[in-house]
Design a protein around this ligand. Structure first.
Ligand SMILES: Nc1ncnc2c1ncn2[C@@H]1O[C@H](COP(=O)(O)OP(=O)(O)OP(=O)(O)O)[C@@H](O)[C@H]1O
Length: 418
């Protein structure tokens, strides 16, 4: 039967008047690998301090293995929980072996005391963490990454049911990050050790955890399998960034690609803009408009074009067509559908020729104002029809020349034209 190893109920934690966690409820079962994620300052380290009773909860309960945390002795707690803290400093000249041996402290009392066994366990933990070669070196003279692995060895040697790791990979290069997380995963799989790891790298957290808990605003914002939590609707909001979430087929995980920080999101984010682009002409502005919170559509774009790639990455709906081909009837129809839904139409700085003249023709179907980048007499359309069309569009539609994208954003998106 699955055992409930950690239970927190309605917990409140504060530093003086500054409440960090409130009505915080979370439970972790034996054998789970849980990743705790969330922006800086959301209380991840504080959570670990409460579980280890470095900090006392002001309200609520913390149960470890069914026992109230506040009634456990330090030794009892240390047999249940070991910690890999963010920073670990020692004032004395301990060598690495001594540090790992410290993990055996809770077991070195009374009848339980067995030094030979302690040495075996320490040796094994150092071999597992690939730190045996440092055993005689002074801990304080090791590199950040080497020290981190020693601290993980210490946690392993402690043989607790639950290992709490606070940013265990922060000092590590990418090779050692993977090595440490693979090691922790092995402990979890082979020994059924329960793992709760605070991780800043969302992709690493999604890759190694069975479950993610996303903290925000003093509480849990999302809790579930990585596929559920790694979602723009949660992450975009708490990290205030534009991102793409896609499947990583190689690793069979959801993956986040951070695009940019959202600083100047518009007040009104219900604006729908249809962008006529292609050949990379939309790259700059698509990303920028998305970061403002504008809803976008795009068309007609050839598959494989860099604008097409960008739309795919950013989940922008588009009218598309086969690579290196003229606009198809199907693509044109879809473009009409999208342009009619838009509040504004933006035509980027792209040349029109026989292959894409339909991207100009479609403007006659727009119900909303059209903004077109001024081309200063550079109307080098290969078809006379294009110039005629442009005149017709200017006569029949609400049409504005613009000299740059800032002008479009000011006039249309920020509503200065209203
Ligand atoms: N000793 C302390 N005294 C006062 N305030 C503190 C103390 N430690 C943390 N805080 C505050 O509590 C909040 C939560 O801090 P905590 O370190 O738990 O966040 P975190 O999610 O682990 O952040 P990070 O991702 O930056 O490590 C922050 O606003 C922080 O400034």
């Amino acid at each position: 039967m699955v055992k409930n190893l950690l239970e927190m109920k309605d917990v409140k934690v504060a530093y003086g008047d500054h409440t960090v966690l409130e009505n915080f409820t979370m439970s972790i079962d034996q054998g789970e690998f849980v990743g705790i994620i969330g922006p800086n300052g959301t209380g991840k380290s504080t959570l670990i301090k409460v579980i280890t009773k470095i900090l006392e909860a002001k309200e609520g309960y913390v149960f470890l293995n069914g026992r109230n945390n506040s009634t456990l002795t330090r030794r009892e707690r240390a047999k249940l929980v070991s910690v890999v803290p963010q920073e670990f400093t020692v004032d004395f000249d301990f060598n690495a072996y001594d540090i790992v041996m410290m993990g055996r402290n809770p077991h070195q009392y009374g009848k339980e005391k067995n030094l030979a066994r302690d040495h075996d366990i320490v040796n094994e933990a150092m071999v597992m963490t690939n730190t045996w070669q440092f055993k005689d070196r002074l801990f304080n003279e090791l590199s950040g990454g080497e020290r981190q692995r020693i601290i993980i060895a210490r946690a392993i040697a402690q043989q607790a049911d639950l290992i709490l790791l606070d940013e265990p990979t922060s000092h590590l290069d990418v090779h050692h990050q993977l090595e440490v997380l693979e090691l922790v995963k092995r402990l979890n799989r082979e020994r059924n050790t329960t793992i709760v790891a605070v991780l800043h790298d969302i992709n690493m957290a999604a890759r190694f955890s069975d479950r993610l808990i996303l903290l925000s605003n003093k509480n849990v914002l999302a809790d579930g399998p990585p596929d559920y939590v790694v979602d723009e609707k949660y992450l975009g909001k708490v990290y205030a960034m534009e991102m793409v979430v896609r499947n990583n087929n190689l690793l069979s995980t959801r993956e986040v690609i951070p695009i940019r920080v959202i600083k100047d999101r518009l007040d009104n984010t219900n604006i729908q803009v249809h962008v006529i682009s292609g050949g990379g002409s939309g790259e700059q502005i698509l990303e920028r408009l998305k970061s403002l919170g504008v809803h976008l559509s795009c068309g007609v774009i050839n598959q494989g074009d860099s604008d097409w790639e960008m739309c795919k990455m950013m989940n922008i709906s588009m009218a598309e067509g086969p690579p290196f081909s003229d606009i198809t009837e199907e693509g044109y129809k879809k473009n009409i559908e999208l342009i009619r839904q838009a509040d504004y139409v933006l035509v980027t700085d792209l040349p029109f020729g026989t292959g894409n003249v339909k991207n100009l023709e479609v403007l006659l179907e727009a119900n909303s104002p059209i903004y077109m980048i001024r081309r200063e007499g550079r109307f080098d359309y290969t078809e006379g029809k294009a110039t005629e069309l442009l005149h017709q569009i200017q006569e029949e539609k609400i049409f504005h020349w613009i000299d740059g994208y800032d002008e479009f954003i000011d006039l249309a998106c920020k509503g200065d034209a209203l």
